[in-house]
Design a binder for this molecule. Structure first.
Ligand code: SAM
Ligand code: SF4
Length: 334
């Protein structure tokens, strides 16, 4: 029987986000700078065996039942399906069901890797796509890859990944005029779109509260064209809405205007093996030092427990107490 991973506020943690690399083949303006990222030396990045060991402790001892691979761009890590196969073999509590394994990707190389990832045991995918206009895509990602991303979404559907979700970061004056078009795209392709409020984790530090397009605005824009009705919120951070005509659903992740910290069940492992109890945490627990210093599974488990026990109530974006973490989104793992 797994021990629940509970923090001081009674929140039980079941979801582990693993960043497999800090590198990326895009340079999205809301995440990375155009140039000048200092990549981690390869020796500092956890090996697949080290990642598997941390995941095993979390899944078998603490009943973590969801793992999402992220980055940076996870598909730029060589042999990613090898890691997927290792994680897909984990059983919740040691003998329970397999872990629910998902991936967040920019989709640019999904055409070539989706089949191998599914064969290795990947179940679900979120593809980031913030615009359907080629010129805007180039401005936003600093790469001319829109066609490849669209092909990647099709490839994910064809490979049997389910559900396929599309993540859209909405920014005022940048792509907020495309909210309805992106919702329509989701309805047509049979993919669930998740609009995300822009968070202050961009390396360029251009974020401002004025640039955040709120959930209320996003929902009002969609509802005016495709009427919506709210659905019950599950464990996930998205607030979900069904299209009243029965053509699927759409979600909004209102990290800034309606934070979901009170029900947060996530922990994060960075590419270099730092465990974070919150996306906005300013403190980390160095699991890599333990892994490479010969620590036992019991010692690793104790470090995970201590990290979660010290979790704060929530980030305080918009309040005077808010402290921006020194790392950007791609370095933490979104
Ligand atoms: N490279 C992959 C991708 O873009 O999907 C995975 C890593 S990315 C950091 C994970 C998610 O975080 C993406 O959906 C991305 O759009 C989102 N993201 C990045 N920077 C963000 C920010 N400042 N605010 C909100 N979401 C952000
Ligand atoms: Fe890369 Fe994803 Fe960040 Fe874009 S959001 S720069 S694709 S890590």
């Amino acid at each position: 029987m797994a021990e629940p991973l509970v923090d001081g506020y009674g929140r039980v943690h079941r979801d582990l986000r693993i960043s497999v690399t800090d590198r990326c083949n895009f340079r999205c303006t809301y995440c990375m700078p155009a140039e000048g990222m200092d990549w981690l030396p390869r020796s500092e990045v956890l090996t697949f065996e080290e990642i598997e060991r941390v995941a095993r402790v979390c899944v078998e001892r603490f009943g973590i039942d969801g793992i999402r691979l992220t980055g940076g761009e996870p598909t730029v890590r060589a042999h990613l399906p090898v890691l997927v196969a290792k994680l897909a073999a984990l059983r919740v509590g040691g003998t329970g069901p397999p872990v629910d394994l998902a991936l967040t990707t920019n989709g640019a190389t999904l055409r070539s890797v989706a089949g191998d990832l599914v064969a290795a045991g990947l179940r679900r995918v979120n593809v980031s796509l913030d615009t359907l206009r080629r010129d805007r895509f180039v401005e936003l990602t600093r790469r001319d890859e829109l066609d490849h991303v669209l092909e990647g979404i099709d490839a994910a559907l064809e490979a049997g990944l389910s559900p396929v979700k599309v993540n859209v970061v909405v920014m005022r004056g940048v792509n907020d005029d495309e909210v309805v078009d992106l919702a329509a795209f989701g309805r047509e392709r049979g993919v669930t779109v998740r609009f995300i409020e822009w968070m202050p984790l961009d390396a360029d530090r251009r974020w401002s509260s004025e640039a955040v397009v709120s959930q209320a605005e996003i929902v009002a824009a969609i509802d005016a064209v495709f009427p919506l009705e709210p659905l019950a919120r599950g464990h996930e951070p998205a607030e979900r809405f069904a299209y009243r005509d029965g053509r699927g659903e759409v979600g909004v992740i209102p990290s800034v205007t309606r934070p979901f910290c009170a029900s947060c069940d996530r922990i994060r492992l960075t590419a270099e093996g730092q465990l974070r109890a919150c996306l906005f945490a300013v403190e980390e627990v160095d699991l890599r030092a333990l892994l490479r210093g010969g620590a036992s599974d019991d010692e690793l488990a104790e470090a995970v427990r201590a990290c979660v026990a010290g979790k704060w109530a929530g980030h305080m974006i918009g309040q005077v107490q808010f402290v921006r973490p020194p790392r950007s989104m791609s370095q933490i793992g979104g």
